[in-house]
Design a protein around this ligand. Structure first.
Ligand code: GLC
Ligand code: GLC
Length: 657
């Protein structure tokens, strides 16, 4: 099916030449002359990003789908509220809006943060105090009843979970955020729907409108063939990637594709009807005021026998297509990829292919997150330097989202070749990290728990809140002030890198108050078997009252995170669009990175993962004395014998004035 690029471009041009004159009067009718002109100009520009993926994915149906898709987004553009169109216009003028150093994120569950959506605008001061300009609300669309994987089993994309409020409440939240210069991010679960979703129920009932929306096999032949090469996501309670559904296959029963839990049914994007329906959900939600879509579990969207069924090239074409189409209707909207995959597989989600193809604008920097925790446990940054240093650059129009902790487990995505390059056995290293953060390793301060321990492979991942993994929980229990001090320094150290790596730093709800693990989930039978709930505690507003008191744990952490944000905002070099480069300043325990933005001087960040002071080559860090220290954990660093001394678990930021 490989058609040369020139022929594909020619096909796109032909299709557009045929469609444009017919579309134009409809565009004028829907949008008015000026906005119609803008819409058609956008389509001119996005032509190859729309038509080519359609041709690659759906072959001869491409032209017909092209027209249907363009008409869909035209309708959505016509329905877009005026206030959102104004935001679109600003963002088309300033397409790098999400790359600015002032963009800083916060992630929370609505119920655990403030109960219901209508109460959220009342809590924006807390967020503003931290410097938040980007709010990711964890899954809030109507989930299936009962177990719902923390909301990732969606039964209706056009309704809000009634426990949290209504769609009108969500729109009001979006407006309240926009009024304060903040943007709204929500999850878009597109690999699967809940089995209770109307599409799934229609498919099960044999409704031709939903034919081929999901995949089912009558016996184990194909499932066994696929399972032979697919890694399991939830081996303990949901082994394999298929679930037996007695009502499937016209009532004869069938194995339905369920990568995650049995009640999450994978959509089949080889069927273009699925793609168009999902596009309709995206533009509809965009018109409610969503700015950023966290595209959930995107690596899994396209399947191929004999592979891991992750990161398939067609999955990338699909994202390219949805991105281009969504932005024809809502040009201010941005996609963020949740692709927790190896570094080589990750960069393409940001459009970094052999030849640039716009795809997602943002992606989670999973490597950085994993390597921060790895460096902390080993007190050694060589693996981080090796793995981060080897990553391919991302397109300058895209950006990372950097984070320390999120709502999921930490999976030790260390590439074998990186481990080998620094003399580590990858399996043994992962095992060490699991033991260390589960608190089993002698001398470990961490209080995490193993997630999805797989006896067959020896693999596991780790759950636990950042504060608990950093030793704060253990220190409080022991009443040990020195240990508490170290725990706080670890937590701030990790955030100091996330805030200065380049990209949008995310603060995970509760970390600003050093909230510890919460075992309350064990009392709820629907959540008890999933220990990721350990690190999804309800917000402790009583502790929040202490955030301004530097004599308290909360005050110490809140104040330091607040300061990271304030200094970050003042540094142009921390704007995304350029790469961080790792430096060797003469200590394996200290991570040193440099950023250079074309409109500013250089920035150098320093983070000491050892509990002991470490000396660095002063010239490397300070650019032969030309950079000034703009921030640090312990005030200005001293120089001893020509070496800068970084205190144990300390950090410092330098910038060229
Ligand atoms: C994503 C979510 C995770 C969920 C999975 C299935 O990885 O982060 O919490 O279990 O998708 O939707
Ligand atoms: C998604 C993530 C993976 C995580 C899983 C369950 O698949 O990619 O890292 O472990 O969800 O939390």
């Amino acid at each position: 099916m490989t058609v040369p690029a020139a022929a594909r471009n020619e096909a796109a041009r032909r299709a557009w030449a045929a469609l444009r004159p017919r579309l134009e009067p409809d565009a004028v009718a829907a949008l008015g002359a000026a906005d119609a002109d803008a819409f058609l100009s956008r389509a001119d520009l996005a032509l190859f990003d729309v038509h080519e993926p359609l041709a690659v994915l759906y072959g001869p149906a491409a032209d017909e789908l092209f027209e249907r898709a363009l008409r869909m987004v035209l309708t959505a553009a016509g329905e877009r509220p005026a206030a959102l169109r104004r935001i679109d216009r600003r963002r088309e003028i300033d397409p790098g809006w999400f790359q600015r150093a002032r963009v800083q994120g916060y992630v929370c569950y609505v119920d655990r943060f403030c109960g219901t959506l209508d109460r959220l605008p009342g809590h924006l001061d807390h967020l503003a105090e931290l410097g938040t300009t980007y709010l990711h609300l964890m899954p809030l669309l109507r989930p299936r009843p009962g177990e719902n994987d923390g909301g990732y089993a969606v039964a209706d994309y056009r309704a809000v979970d009634p426990r949290l409020g209504t769609m009108a409440d969500l729109e009001q939240v979006a407006t309240a955020l926009h009024d304060r210069g903040m943007s709204l991010c929500i999850d878009l679960v597109l690999n699967h729907t809940a089995r209770e979703h109307a599409w799934a129920q229609g498919w099960l009932a044999g409704d031709p409108a939903y034919a081929g929306f999901y995949t089912a096999f009558p016996d184990r032949t194909m499932p066994d063939a696929y399972d032979a090469t697919i890694p399991e996501v939830f081996p303990d309670r949901a082994p394999g990637s298929f679930s037996w559904v007695p009502e499937a296959c016209g009532g004869a029963g069938g194995w339905v594709w369920t990568t995650f839990w049995p009640y999450q049914w994978d959509l089949d994007y080889a069927n273009p009807e699925v793609t168009l329906r999902m596009l309709g959900e995206i533009t509809w939600l965009a018109n409610r005021g969503v700015d950023v879509f966290r595209m959930d579990a995107v690596p899994f969207m396209w399947k191929r026998l004999g592979t891991s069924c992750q990161n398939q090239p067609e999955g990338h074409s699909l994202l390219q297509l949805l991105h281009a189409l969504a932005r024809l209707a809502a040009p201010g909207v941005v996609f963020k990829a949740e692709a927790i995959v190896s570094p080589d597989d990750l960069v393409p989600y940001l459009g970094g292919h052999d030849r640039y193809r716009p795809e997602c604008d943002l992606a989670y920097h999973n490597q950085l997150m994993v390597l921060l925790w790895s460096s902390l446990a080993t007190q050694d940054t060589r693996l981080a330097r090796q793995a981060l240093g080897r990553m391919k650059p991302i397109p300058p129009t895209a950006s990372w989202v950097t984070y320390v902790r999120g709502h999921d487990d930490i999976g030790w995505a260390v590439a074998d070749e990186d481990a080998a390059a620094v003399g580590l056995d990858p399996f043994a290293h992962r095992r060490f990290l699991n033991d260390f953060y589960a608190g089993r390793f002698p001398g470990s301060y961490a209080r995490g728990a193993l997630f999805q321990e797989n006896e067959a492979t020896g693999d596991a991942r780790v759950s636990g809140s950042a504060a608990s993994l950093c030793g704060i929980e253990a220190a409080l229990e022991a009443g040990d002030d020195a240990a508490l001090d170290a725990g706080i320094r670890r937590l701030v150290l990790l955030y100091s890198v996330a805030f200065a790596w380049g990209g949008i730093p995310l603060l995970y709800m509760g970390d600003e108050l050093a909230m510890r693990n919460d075992s309350g989930y064990l009392a709820d039978p629907e959540r008890a078997p999933d220990n990721r709930w350990l690190h999804r505690p309800p917000m402790d507003w009583a502790a929040g009252e202490r955030r301004g008191d530097p004599a308290t744990l909360e005050g110490r952490v809140f104040g330091q995170l607040q300061r990271l944000g304030a200094v970050r905002r003042s540094l142009l070099a921390l704007r995304a669009g350029v790469e961080s480069v790792l430096l060797d300043a003469g200590s394996d325990e200290v991570l040193v990175w440099r950023r250079e933005h074309p409109r500013s001087g250089a920035f150098v960040g320093v983070a000491n993962f050892s509990p002991h002071p470490r000396g660095l080559d002063a010239d490397t860090v300070t650019g032969y004395g030309t950079f000034e220290q703009v921030h640090g954990s312990d005030g200005p660093l001293r120089v001893r014998d020509g070496r800068l001394v970084v205190p144990g678990l300390g950090f410092a930021w330098y910038a060229e004035p």
